[in-house]
Design a protein around this ligand. Sequence first.
Ligand SMILES: [Zn+2]
Length: 273
Amino acid sequence: MKNTKIIIGLTLSILLFSCATNPFTGKQTLALVPNSQILPMAFQQYDQFLNENKVVTGTTEATMVKNVGQKISKAAERWLNANGYQGYLDDYRWEYNLVQDKSVNAWCMPGGKIVFYTGIMPIAKNEAGVAAIMGHEVAHALANHGQQRMSAAQLQQVAGAATAVATSNKSEETQQIIGTAFGLGSQLGVMLPFSRSHETEADRIGIQLMAIAGYNPDEAAELWKRMKANSGGQAPPEFMSTHPSNDTRIANLQAWAPAAKAEAKKFGVTSFK
Ligand SMILES: [Zn+2]
């Protein structure tokens, strides 16, 4: 009982000074652990993941993932700069890797650390399809959805570890929590899907990024039609969530494509591939 009160008190004290504005939506969001603390741990986790998995290099697909990633991150930077968020990406260290794994999945850890699995490439099908997935994943990172995905208790632990042992050893468990919160498979068994609102938000931000990067936003809905056909009604892991349904998602993306094209036009982008 006493411990519960202490935890609630600590949580509230963190809540008080850690609201952040999502630049893409203007909404206030909780950033319980600042990027300056999360990012170094995320980068370490990402490197560890790459060490333990087979990174594909030099293939057409691997090159495509890198090229599209660079274009999408450039689009994000242009959008942020144009909207008064200069410096928002200063702590980011973009990286785009294709990993040999038959899972139909992709994810982005905080600070722009992206992985595509080879299993998603046939469904991505073409460069615009890769861009639609990339835009979605980058959007999760920009909107700090991962932080919001952690439970208050997990955030306590991460914040504690980050502040207390910022430069020394980070506990195995803390590393796992971070990995779990940002899309890696979970050994903890507490994998939370992104919420319906986070998925929808990532779709909406992502389609704008792909358009600004010069990719046809109409292709986002086409990607999701292929995803639906492939999955037999089940979404793949990162996108796993009872909502939004594939049909809702496709309808949303079709509805948002014209606005994404209009947004791209502000950046001088009027033709799409
Ligand atoms: Zn997602």
